[in-house]
Unconditional design. Structure first.
Length: 326
């Protein structure tokens, strides 16, 4: 068991892992080398201590940012290196030549759908996340709900609501939102079609975006994700009288009141919304993620686009390679 884990990957190679880890927790320190800004990578090199496992993840095996970070880190830190990539990719063959441990990404699974392959399951297991419970959650995914949500999103899109604003009512779910953002944007943004995902944290971001939502262009559908809280913190009865109705109530009761007030306002404004509830455990989170992957596949079918490719992403990569090899 390592004392520290570094995950070198970007996009589908780390977003799902990071999302689950931030919700469930980790028994060891984890660092994500998912950007090539020097200060961030220098901080990882400086702070990573003890026995380090460096898990390098790239489906293609040639992701510029990932390989740059991998080489920068191994130059400065002694690590056990584990490579996760497509079999026979350039990185796979490199790992074979250097006798690094290898994990295969199934060839027909795209990066943004790969969290429940070795891409996510291996690093999560090192963190102490119960991958068996993740598997149970996957099996409990509700195909009917995924289809229903896809139909609601499609109908909203056909009525000019091309933005899906997703409110997660818990700060620890922000990375899950970023995972879903890639899933929706990269899967559906094709042939001039697509739904733009916006990630918001309730109740915080209601104070920054509600005016636009209700008073601006009516081009949004809302997704509300409620989170069952583990802690119970009560507002004491101090008699201050600053806000009516809060003293003696748990903070989650106040959060629920705000969510219900938000929903009532959406109904009155005739803004469509879908909603889900998640518990902070492996099974519930995996169930949610699997349902969202199914939802996007069905939505791609309704929109008439291939939800499994991402040809336009290559445009910036090609230009980057031209600049780097001049």
């Amino acid at each position: 068991m390592p004392k520290t884990l570094i995950v070198a990957g970007i996009g589908g190679s780390n977003l799902g892992t990071k999302a689950i880890q931030e919700i469930i927790g980790s028994k060891i320190p984890v660092y994500y080398a998912d950007t090539v800004d020097s200060d961030s990578i220098n901080a990882i090199i400086k702070n990573a201590k003890g026995k380090i496992t460096l898990n390098v993840i790239s489906k293609s095996g040639t992701t510029t940012e990932t390989i740059a970070n991998f080489e920068a880190i191994v130059d400065k830190k002694k690590c056990e290196i584990v490579v996760t990539t497509d079999k026979n990719s350039k990185l796979w063959k490199f790992a074979e030549a250097h006798k690094y441990k290898k994990l295969e990404i199934p060839h027909d699974v795209g990066g943004r759908y790969s969290v429940f392959t070795p891409v996510g399951m291996y690093p999560l297991s090192l963190m102490g996340v119960n991958v068996g419970k993740l598997s149970l959650g996957i099996l409990k995914a509700d195909d009917t709900e995924a289809k229903a949500n896809a139909k609601i999103l499609y109908d909203a899109y056909m009525n000019g609501r091309t933005i899906n604003e997703i409110y997660f009512f818990d700060k620890s779910f922000e990375s899950l939102g970023k995972w879903y953002r890639q899933l929706m944007a990269e899967s559906l943004g094709k042939d001039g079609k697509g739904i733009t995902p916006l990630i918001s944290i309730g109740t915080t971001d209601l104070h920054s975006s509600a005016q636009l939502l209700f008073g601006g262009p009516q081009n949004k559908i809302v997704t509300i994700v409620s989170v069952k809280q583990k802690s119970k913190i009560k507002v004491p009865k101090l008699g201050y009288g600053l806000v009516d109705g809060i003293e003696g109530k748990n903070l989650d009761e106040i959060t629920n009141a705000i969510q219900n007030g938000f929903k009532n306002a959406l109904i009155k404004a005739k803004i469509p919304f879908i909603q889900s509830t998640i518990e902070k455990n492996e099974e519930s989170v995996a169930k949610f993620m699997q349902e969202k992957m199914l939802e996007i596949v069905y939505l791609g079918k309704l929109l008439g686009v291939n939800p499994f490719d991402q040809p336009e992403v290559e445009k910036y990569k090609e230009e980057t390679r031209k600049i780097l090899t001049r």
